[in-house]
Each structure stands twice: as structure tokens, then as C-alpha cells.
Design a binder for this molecule. Structure first.
Ligand code: AMP
Length: 196
């Protein structure tokens, strides 16, 4: 059993890498942003609430996000592992995840932080916005707000995970293949260590 977190600002490449890893290792892929967008598409009450925050580039409140993710984890009791993309995004979310995993005799095994300079992120997100249909990808002001939220609410988690000795910082300007190779080899090392 392995729990992996793809960490980094919007546009860093978390989703791209998470999907490749999920295919390679068979871990269940959980992306809170995708889950919210599904709720919005299906016009659920949670979707209506989330849309208000997402459209402004703000974070959805912790209680809402935590409730949703716990349900998703519980839906996959046979999972060999999870890859979280876009979760946790606050210290509270990280603490709740740790507690939740601890109660199931598990822990966060690795956090991969993709490092990409802000001008590149803005360019990447605007580009993605041309095809993603996401309102929050299409407007520079909203993108800047999301990046600011990342800096103030989410980035401190690097320190949180560094203290737990699970943080791996990775240059997110390398090619998709190169980043995938680096992350895969770290996961394989951890798996090897777990089997000994
Ligand atoms: P993403 O697809 O990961 O870029 O997420 C899109 C939006 O969904 C974010 O800008 C937030 O508004 C919201 N969101 C996704 N994950 C979380 C989370 N863990 N906590 C709070 N809000 C989130």
C-alpha cells in the first residue's frame, strides 16, 4: 500500500504525471479538482457551492473538500495505493489526511513537488485554457489569484512534508518523460524498501 502526493502550483504538471504513474503502478488516481468539476457538471449541491470558489480562484472550504475525499478513499477499499493530485492544499487538509491514514495503519509515503517558475505557469495555464473549457484557466486575474492562494495556503506544506522526510523536489521544466522517469525510480526504491 502506498500513498503518493503530487504537489505544486497550478500548471506545474501534477495531473500529467499522476496519470502516468497511475497507469504504471496501478494506484487509484484522486484529483479533487476533477471531482469538483464533475459535481459542477452534474449540478449537485456540492458542485454549486464549489463553483462559487473555483470561479474566483479561491480554495473550496476545508470541510467540504475533506468530506468529499474521505468518501472517495472509502469507495476504494481494495486499492493498492493512491495518487493524490491537488490534495492536500492546506495544512488542515494535510493533518486530516495523516490522521485518516494513520487510523488505517498507513501514511503518506512520498510527496513530489514540481517546481516551475510563475511566468511559465501562467503561460501553460492560459494555453491549457484554450482547450480545457475551464473558466479559471482562461482569465489572467483568476490565474494570478490561484497562484497567490498556492503561495499563501499551500506552499507551506512543503515544510510540513520536509519535516516528515517524504518531500522530493523536482525541476518541473524537464520533459514529461524525464520527470516521469525520476519519480518512477523513487517510487520503485520505496516499494523495494517496503518489501524488505
Ligand atoms: P485543480 O484542478 O487542481 O487546479 O483545482 C481547481 C480548483 O478546485 C482549485 O482552484 C480550487 O478552487 C478547487 N480545489 C481543488 N482541490 C482543492 C483542495 N484540495 N482544496 C480546496 N480547493 C480545491
Amino acid at each position: 500500500m502506498m500513498n503518493i502526493i503530487m504537489f505544486g502550483p497550478p500548471g506545474a504538471g501534477k495531473g500529467t504525471q499522476a496519470k502516468l504513474l497511475s497507469d504504471k503502478f496501478g494506484f487509484v488516481y484522486i484529483a479533487t479538482g476533477d471531482m469538483f468539476r464533475n459535481h459542477i457538471k452534474n449540478k449537485t449541491p456540492l458542485g454549486k457551492l464549489a463553483q462559487f470558489y473555483i470561479d474566483q480562484g479561491d480554495l473550496v472550504p476545508d470541510e467540504v473538500t475533506i468530506h468529499m475525499i474521505k468518501e472517495e478513499i472509502d469507495k476504494n477499499p481494495k486499492a493498492e495505493g493512491f495518487i493524490f493530485d491537488g490534495f492536500p492544499r492546506t495544512i488542515v487538509q494535510a493533518e486530516v489526511l495523516d490522521e485518516f491514514l494513520k487510523n488505517n495503519n498507513q501514511k503518506v509515503d512520498a510527496v513530489f513537488a514540481l517546481e516551475v517558475p510563475e511566468p511559465v505557469l501562467i503561460e501553460r495555464i492560459l494555453n491549457r485554457g484554450k482547450t480545457s473549457g475551464r473558466k479559471d484557466d482562461a482569465d489572467t486575474q483568476t490565474i494570478k489569484r490561484r497562484l497567490e492562494k498556492y503561495r499563501t495556503a499551500t506552499e507551506p506544506l512543503k515544510n510540513y512534508y520536509q519535516k516528515k522526510e517524504v518531500l522530493h523536489q523536482i525541476d518541473g521544466l524537464q520533459t514529461i518523460e524525464e520527470i516521469h522517469r525520476i519519480i518512477s525510480s523513487i517510487i520503485e526504491k520505496i516499494q523495494h524498501g517496503n518489501r524488505r
